[in-house]
Design a protein around this ligand. Structure first.
Ligand SMILES: *[C@@H]1O[C@H](CO)[C@@H](O)[C@H](O)[C@H]1NC(C)=O
Length: 215
């Protein structure tokens, strides 16, 4: 009886360690092999003998992002697609530029928590808790301030200063993913039926048609 209980506990522990294994690298690194056709959860590893310093390198986060667009912001990503050495490491980075009154529109990262620090300017930031409370947690940040957006929650930033703002974000995934709410809901291809959205948003389908035409 005792022995079978010990065995059960042991097997459960083993099961958990197998399940959790994908979060911890099993080798020094696994530089993404862009040429590989093998599909795994992530990207397959380049031969470590041919790995170079440049596989762990990205240059360009000193450059101002172009904010001449309808929302007035620009995200410059440094994720596994830009820096193959991030593969399997569960971390990435972004630079975000904001024109005066520019916004980074409400969006969510399905696979990452984000920690953001302000290098220049003043940003109003916020995230919304999940149903049923949908509480808005918001704060105005200035240079040197740090704020965290918990994984999966819808969040946004707005430049509330008269000058450009710059922030650096770090994310807990090599490939955090981004779901921009407006683009997803009103810009899907093919479009979600207007009457579905009219009922969901409690407006006339004319309002939905107008929104869909923007995305
Ligand atoms: C910034 O983007 C706008 C809109 O796409 C474009 O017209 C403009 O040339 C870009 N500016 C620079 C400096 O690349």
């Amino acid at each position: 009886m005792m022995a079978s209980r010990v065995l059960l506990v042991g097997l459960t522990a083993l099961l958990f360690s197998v399940v959790l294994a994908d979060h911890s690298p099993l080798q020094d690194f696994c530089v993404a092999d862009s040429g590989s056709q093998v599909l795994v959860n992530g990207l397959s590893c380049k031969d470590s003998n041919v790995v170079q310093a440049n596989d762990f390198f990205f240059s360009g986060l000193h450059l101002l992002g172009n904010t001449s667009n309808p929302v007035g912001s620009r995200v410059t990503p440094v994720m596994v697609a830009q820096l193959p050495g991030l593969n399997t490491l569960g971390i990435s980075m972004v630079r975000i530029d904001y024109a005066p009154w520019g916004i980074n529109p409400p969006h969510t990262h399905p696979r990452a928590t984000e920690i953001l620090t302000i290098l220049e300017g003043t940003l109003e930031v916020g995230f919304i808790t999940s149903n049923p409370d949908n509480r808005l947690i918001t704060k105005v940040l200035s240079k040197g301030d740090v704020f965290v957006f918990p994984v999966g929650l819808v969040h946004f930033q707005r430049n509330v200063g008269k000058v450009n703002a710059v922030a650096i974000g770090a994310l807990s995934s090599q490939n955090p993913g981004v779901i921009t709410i407006a683009n997803t809901v009103f810009g899907s291809k093919p479009a979600i039926a207007a009457d579905v959205l009219a009922k969901a948003f409690q407006v006339d389908s004319g309002v939905i048609n107008k929104l869909q035409s923007k995305f």
